[in-house]
Design a protein around this ligand. Structure first.
Ligand code: 0L1
Ligand code: MG
Length: 259
């Protein structure tokens, strides 16, 4: 069966624009391959760029056991970070979103391009200017935040907003695998993790992303931010909810739902 990538990209973008949940694509089509899912994701990005947005970077998702178990999916996924999704402050305008959740992220700020194949974790450290803490706000466009692996890939891995912290470290000045994060929602600790929760090494996750892009003739670019994935499960962000990620070495990042 031929999948109309442009059609499904418009279907997902309508969900974003109208702030309504849509049915998972796999509930409508018989088969959605991973390649078709990434092609829909690419078509969705094209639509966003055609509206005047620019690309701020890229992201991984589902790189920790906590997230894979939460979503019932067993492989990492890769997506894009449009500049329009990067928050200026910790305020998250809920009227613009469907059913947002928030999660802590380690964010790599790149000084050099990274082009796969064969990118290693060491190459990632060499190419990185700084590692900072962040909080990603994810907002699946699908009903009940429920999807299969190809569905979530097509939906740009639920990407919606990201808050980036100001206290960074040079990547070789700390051991990223033991760097700690405590995630608190309204003062209650909902998760704790170290960088090693991200498939053993956050830099290796970024290398996986560079190698994935290399297979599609693309690369990570100097000046981009790259999210390595959440080390804890994601929590609902509702009106008045405040979530804080406290990192060793990277300070704290806070977001608040404004409704
Ligand atoms: O950034 C993420 O980990 C999102 C991956 C997609 C699954 C989800 O929506 O939680
Ligand atoms: Mg994430």
């Amino acid at each position: 069966m031929t999948i109309d990538h442009a059609h499904w990209a418009e279907y997902l973008l309508a969900g974003v624009d109208e702030r309504v949940e849509v049915q998972a694509i796999t509930k409508v089509v018989d088969e959605l391959s991973i390649d078709d899912a990434y092609a829909i994701q690419a078509a969705l990005l094209e639509l966003q760029l055609a509206r005047g947005d620019t690309l701020a970077g890229a992201k991984l998702g589902l790189t920790s056991a906590a997230k894979q178990e939460q979503m019932g999916v067993s492989e990492p996924v890769y997506g894009w970070v449009p500049a329009g999704s990067v928050l200026d402050s910790g305020d998250v305008v809920l009227d613009e979103l469907i059913h947002p959740r928030c999660e802590p992220e380690l964010v790599f700020l790149l000084a050099e391009d990274l082009a796969g194949p064969d990118v290693t974790a060491g190459d990632v450290l060499d190419a990185t200017r700084e590692v900072v803490g962040g909080i990603e706000v994810i907002d699946s466009r699908y009903e009940a935040f429920s999807f299969t692996l190809p569905d979530v890939i097509a939906d740009n891995t639920s990407a919606a907003r990201v808050a980036i912290g100001g206290d960074g470290v040079a990547p070789r000045d700390v051991d990223l695998t033991t760097l700690g994060c405590v995630f608190e929602v309204d003062g209650e600790v909902t998760g704790t993790a170290t960088g090693a929760a991200l498939l053993g090494d956050p830099a290796a996750c970024v290398a996986m992303l560079a190698n994935h892009l290399g297979r599609h003739g693309q690369k990570l670019e100097a000046g981009w931010l790259v999210m390595a994935g959440a080390a804890t499960d994601a929590r609902p962000l509702t009106a008045g909810t405040t979530a804080t990620a406290r990192y060793s070495h990277l300070g704290s990042v806070t977001v608040t739902g404004k409704g």
